[in-house]
Design a binder for this molecule. Structure first.
Ligand code: COA
Ligand code: AMP
Length: 626
């Protein structure tokens, strides 16, 4: 048997022994005696009687083991022309001080802290400071509009919000404080304090009684030690788009997460302890949580935190420059980032300016790695390019090429094989296992391995109904796909109302709620259509109320503005077309999949359940004219 098969079979046949062995690789305060046990909801929980602290594992543990002077965090910010490095010792000192500040503000075990920050070291420090004192952080991506922030504040009920005065995008400074103020004003839940880090590019007005200047509050605080927490205690809540307007608060526990993070660094990424890991993502997404902050630090690596873009900061050589400058071992980003580089430097000419000899592997996730992008990156860099599939819900890869065990032959379009610990099956509508090469629901047999969500924050019913009830005994991923005859997994896309725009997960259902709220609109459909750069882009089709007369272009502008204002610029909602009617089934269900196929110019079959087949011709006509 190959190294992968041996490991996979062990995890399959003896999951408790397998994960117990992995759990012994992290430093518990109280080692768990129980490996797996159902909780009060019947959900399997890992290491329930263990005690640990995730910040200890990420920082103090390394300092206590003579590694305090090693580099922990490398901050590289082309948008502010700043470069800074922190050793483990320095990072620990700063985090302990921020933890002390939070405690002085009354934050304790289990309290929530919302973090709405740009890609600066203090964002990672804030997360680690929460972990240090057993507080639960909820990071909100800086590209989200106040409405999205307000929804998360209302659900998480944070005691404190931590923010910065601004974020910096290509050629523009975005003041954050007015966005936070608006979110707090709109939310029914009011935090006790808003701690604001002043950045020189734009100072915020701190004129409300709630506001606290980050630097002075932290300077005055006493450093705080790590407190032991139960393995099942939540480390963070990360909201992600579901099929409705209300995002789901994915809960991550401390113990299972730490074990999974550690395991993944060796098995999936083949990272040496002192290596340099770069996840070119954002701390607001799960990739940022797991692979900018927690996993590289728990593993003892240096992690790169990059405040820039793959292009225009200042050019499409930015990724290669960072890889050379910091001797990056593993680079991880979304395919869209490489498509952006390819668009601006099609021949990869800038690559020859840099020495990429330390770079071993490039990993991609967030959306399907399309074969042309795979081929381009492979041929230009001459490095293995590994597609791996995962979700906010799991926190780490479900399927990957397990490079720490062996580099398997790469098949374009496939995320390779299930990672040991995950039992991936393709199920048909009846829950029966599909034949090889037949598409179906991609499901994971329970128990899910450590690190995966045990519930949705304060809404366990949503966890059950959204993921567990469709096929008893399985977690349903929301993705469609197939396993080929060699057991390679091909993820073909979401089968629900979630789309991926430039690697950002968004809900078309939420966009429909916003668009449908316009007074001129009777009904609408938003679908994700193919885009060469961003993978998918949302497209709105709207039906006007009877008798309403509007200028189509003006209406489109209003709808685009509404989505931008309520979700944020990242939604990239730029087109809304007026149609006479939407294609529906006889029971009134909008045929979104068929609309998307028409928009993408794909072959489609007219569904037998369609109410009025001529409605499809209408969609084709409007799309052709647009
Ligand atoms: N704060 C505020 N605004 C933000 C933001 C942030 N953190 N991130 C993005 N935005 C804004 C952008 O400024 C842009 O605004 P505009 O419409 O006014 O120009 C809009 O949101 C769309 O941003 P984006 O989709 O990022 O487009 P882009 O053209 O700026 O960049 C890419 C395109 C491909 C370079 C970029 O999307 C990218 O690097 N993607 C990688 C995605 C990623 O890391 N995903 C995580 C999963 S691994
Ligand atoms: P997120 O929760 O933001 O990480 O988004 C998860 C979703 O992104 C998945 O359910 C997939 O639809 C998609 N996705 C992530 N990685 C991949 C991949 N490697 N291949 C195909 N789709 C992916």
């Amino acid at each position: 048997m190959s190294a992968y098969q041996t490991e996979y079979q062990w995890a399959l046949n003896e999951p408790e022994q397998f994960w117990k062995a992995q759990s012994e690789k992290i430093d518990w305060f109280t080692a768990p005696k129980t490996t797996l046990q159902p909780d009060e909801n019947g959900i399997e929980r890992w290491f329930p009687d263990g005690e640990l602290n995730t910040c200890w594992l990420a920082l103090d543990y390394h300092c206590a083991n003579g590694r305090g002077d090693k580099t922990a965090l490398i901050y590289d910010s082309p948008v502010t022309k700043t470069k800074q490095q922190y050793t483990y010792k320095e990072l620990k000192q700063r985090v302990a001080q921020i933890a002390g500040m939070l405690v002085e503000q009354g934050v304790g075990m289990g309290d929530r802290v919302v973090i709405y920050m740009p890609m600066i070291p203090e964002a990672a420090m804030a997360m680690l400071a929460c972990a240090r004192i057993g507080a639960i952080h909820s990071v909100v991506f800086g590209g989200f509009a106040p409405n999205e922030l307000a929804v998360r504040i209302e659900d998480a009920e944070p005691k404190v919000i931590m923010t910065a005065s601004c974020g910096i995008e290509i050629n523009k400074v975005i003041p954050y404080k007015p966005l936070v103020d608006k979110a707090v004003m709109d939310s029914r839940w009011k935090p006790e304090q808003v701690v604001v880090l002043q950045r020189p590019e734009c100072k915020a007005d701190l004129n409300q009684s709630k506001d606290l200047d980050w630097h002075s509050a932290v300077q005055q605080a006493q450093p705080h030690d790590c407190v032991p927490v139960r393995s099942t205690h939540p480390l963070y809540i990360l909201y992600t788009s579901g099929t409705t307007g209300k995002p789901k608060g994915v809960v991550r526990d401390n113990g299972g997460h730490a074990v999974a993070m550690k395991y993944s660094m060796g098995t999936i990424y083949n990272m040496p302890q002192d290596g340099v890991f770069w996840a070119a993502s954002d701390v607001g997404w799960v990739v940022g949580h797991s692979y900018i902050v927690y996993a590289p630090l728990i593993h003892g690596c240096a992690t790169v935190l990059f405040e820039g873009k793959p292009v225009r900061t200042p050019d499409p050589g930015a990724f290669w420059r960072v890889c050379e400058e910091y001797k990056v071992d593993v680079l991880f980003s979304a395919p869209t980032a490489f498509r952006a580089i390819k668009k601006e430097d099609p021949e990869g000419e800038l690559l020859s300016d840099y020495n990429l000899s330390t770079l071993k592997t490039i990993f991609m996730a967030g959306e399907r790695l399309d074969p042309p992008t795979l081929e381009w990156v492979e041929s230009k860099t001459d490095k293995p390019v590994v597609d791996h599939w995962w979700q906010t819900e799991t926190g780490w890869a479900i399927a990957s090429n397990p490079t720490g065990l062996e580099l398997m032959p790469i098949k374009a379009g496939s995320a390779t094989k299930p990672v040991p610990g995950y039992q991936v099956e393709i199920l048909d509508e009846l829950g029966e296992a599909a034949q090889p090469n037949r598409q179906g629901f991609v499901a994971i047999k329970r128990p899910l391995p450590p690190g995966c969500l045990p519930t949705v924050w304060r809404n366990h019913d949503r966890f059950e109904s959204g993921y567990l009830t469709q096929f008893p005994g399985y977690y349903v991923s929301g993705d469609g796909g197939y396993l080929d005859e060699d057991g390679y997994l091909f993820i073909m896309g979401r089968i629900d109302d979630v789309i991926n725009v430039a690697g950002h997960r968004l809900s078309t259902g939420e966009m429909e709620e916003i668009v449908g709220g316009h007074p001129a609109i009777a009904e609408c459909a938003v679908v994700g259509v193919h885009d060469d750069l961003k993978g998918q882009l949302p497209l709105g089709l709207v039906v006007l109320k009877d008798g309403v007369k509007v200028d189509d272009i003006e209406l489109e502008g209003e709808l685009v503005g509404k989505v931008r204002e309520q979700i944020g610029a990242v939604a990239c909602f730029k087109h809304a077309l007026v149609v006479e009617r939407l294609p529906k089934t006889r029971s009134g269900k909008i045929l979104r999949k068929t609309i998307r196929q028409i928009a993408d110019g794909e072959q489609y079959t007219v569904p037998s359940t369609i109410d009025d087949p001529t409605s499809l011709g209408e969609i084709e006509r409007v799309l052709n004219e647009s």
